[in-house]
Design a protein around this ligand. Structure first.
Ligand code: AMP
Ligand code: MG
Length: 333
């Protein structure tokens, strides 16, 4: 049996086909790239609508199966940008209705954790999920993924992206802003003090961003030094909270996922705390750490096996659907 999964929460439109035993047959994607500024929700949604047919066709072609072979259709129901979510949901509803197969609505954050577990072999990790739109420290406890800590304002990826844009960098395909900041940071060891904001188990990056941008425009420090310092402060904040979640839960694995997981400096900081707590450190490979259809298809399969489906007439999108609102009976088996 096969599940087709559609991801469309933000800038990525992804379609993947997975077998029920967790084999990825295809994982096709098209990313919207704004000419300038951040993601414009309606522009991104227009991109998704334009490429949907092509990405779907690519997913079927690479998987080598026909639409009639699909047993269920899963889609990212939230959280995310309204117009983007609705475009993916519309495609999913149309497909499920046409094929007369069940529809499953998947929480995007849960999906990041589930695909991470599938591809790294982690069983019950503390997860640090860091992306352009999310920053969450989570672990499973009594039927749900609980949020141990999260950002109170902007996501870490957004913080890095805005800083890079303020510094005049321009994004290219295959070269995200975060990777450019990482490259510049690797050329410096000079620390410029910046505000470090951890409140209880939660984090705040907006003050850090404002301060970094202000110092950047004063031109007293090099861009390399500022990239280095921004990373050191932001990643130390993330590492502190993740370590406390690990100490509290006594889990035996740390899972790092989301677009920012590609960062080697962040990986090395987390590796240190994992070792100190005798936990295995697992990094999700880029293809499955970035937003992708495979994570939606896999979580759709897990939910479906727990008898969770969604009638088309109730399949409205949920822009602010929190990770800890999702009942996840499949985790405990
Ligand atoms: P996502 O939201 O999961 O699609 O991931 C996109 C985010 O990952 C953007 O904010 C990127 O700047 C960030 N990102 C990608 N590569 C890196 C890297 N090497 N270091 C830090 N951030 C990165
Ligand atoms: Mg993305």
């Amino acid at each position: 049996m096969y599940c087709l999964g559609i991801e469309s929460t933000a800038d990525d439109f992804g379609v993947a086909i997975l077998s029920f035993d967790g084999r990825v047959l295809s994982n096709a994607n098209s990313a919207y790239m704004p000419e300038k500024g951040g993601i414009h929700p309606r522009e991104a949604a227009r991109h998704h609508a334009e490429v949907a047919g092509k990405v779907l066709a690519e997913a079927f072609e690479r998987a080598g199966i026909k639409p009639q072979d699909v047993s269920i259709v899963a889609f990212s129901q939230g959280p995310g940008l309204g117009p983007c979510l609705r475009t993916g949901a519309t495609a999913a509803r149309a497909l499920a209705s046409y094929l007369r197969v069940p529809l499953v609505g998947v929480n995007h954050c849960v999906a990041h954790i589930e695909i991470g577990k599938l591809v790294t072999g982690a069983v019950d990790p503390v997860t640090l999920y860091v992306s352009g739109g999310n920053t969450i420290i989570s672990a499973f406890e009594a039927g749900r993924y609980r949020v141990f800590g999260e950002t109170l304002d902007i996501a870490i990826g957004n913080c890095l992206d805005v800083f890079a844009r303020e510094a005049g960098m321009s994004q290219r395909k295959g070269a995200p802003f975060g990777a450019m900041v990482e490259e510049l940071a690797s050329r410096s060891k000079t620390f410029v003090p910046l505000p470090y904001t951890v409140k209880g188990m939660d984090l705040s990056f907006s003050g850090l961003l404002t301060a970094a941008v202000q110092i950047l425009h004063e031109r007293k420090h090099s861009l390399e030094d500022l990239c280095f310092s921004l990373q050191e402060v932001a990643f130390s904040m993330l590492t502190e909270v993740t370590e406390r979640a690990l100490a509290h839960t006594e889990k035996l694995e740390v899972l790092l996922t989301g677009g920012v997981a590609a960062n080697k400096r962040l990986q090395s900081m987390l590796n240190v705390i994992a070792e100190e707590h005798n936990a295995r450190f697992c990094v999700v490979p880029k293809e499955y750490a970035l937003d992708n259809g495979a994570m939606i298809a896999w979580t759709g399969i897990l939910a479906y096996k727990s008898k969770i489906t969604l009638p088309v007439e109730k399949s409205f999108v949920k822009l602010k659907w929190r990770l800890d609102e999702v009942y996840a009976p499949w985790v405990e088996g």
